[in-house]
Design a binder for this molecule. Structure first.
Ligand SMILES: [Zn+2]
Length: 161
């Protein structure tokens, strides 16, 4: 298990459509472990494989008080409603933006055991699903800003002492 350096915008890997995972083998298991470590090291809510330099359709999400969710080859099945959210991205440090996300999201994908997982989500989990599944399609939240004044600088996270 290792914490890997994050790819930052405008790294072109963040703009590729990631490839479908064909075999959920040991290399995918290790990828997921590295993604979880890297996400936690940056105190992120989610991470997509391209953010650590692997252009495969794998995402991990960890919202407070819930187990980490791993989705392989995920997709959004349905989105309903609309709400304003503030969003940031580990690949775009130091900024946040105001965008619109769905109120309710249904997503599906495969777990590490190869079985299909369906998630119906609201609030932060719904937002994270849209955000991370965007990553594997080469979409960043900044693409969804109505204008650049919906984006603003935030204090960079403090260096560890
Ligand atoms: Zn992101």
């Amino acid at each position: 298990m290792s914490v890997l350096p994050l790819r930052l915008a405008p790294d072109p890997i963040l703009r590729l459509k990631a490839k479908r995972v064909r075999n959920i083998d040991g290399s995918i298991q290790k990828l997921v472990e590295d993604m979880i470590d890297s996400m936690r090291a940056s105190q992120g809510v989610g991470l997509a494989a391209p953010q650590i330099g692997v252009s495969l359709r794998v995402v991990v999400i960890e919202v407070p008080d819930q187990d980490v969710l791993t989705l392989i080859n995920p997709s959004i099945v349905r989105r309903t409603g609309e709400r304003d959210v503030q969003e940031g991205c580990l690949s775009i440090p130091g900024y946040r933006g105001e965008i619109k996300r769905a109120k309710t999201v249904v997503a599906k994908g495969l777990g590490l055991d190869g079985k299909e997982i369906r998630v119906k989500a609201q609030e932060l989990l719904a937002q994270a699903l849209e955000h991370e599944i965007g990553h594997i399609r080469g979409v960043l939240y900044t693409d969804l800003l109505e204008s650049m004044d919906k984006m603003y600088k935030v204090e960079p996270p403090k260096e560890e002492e």
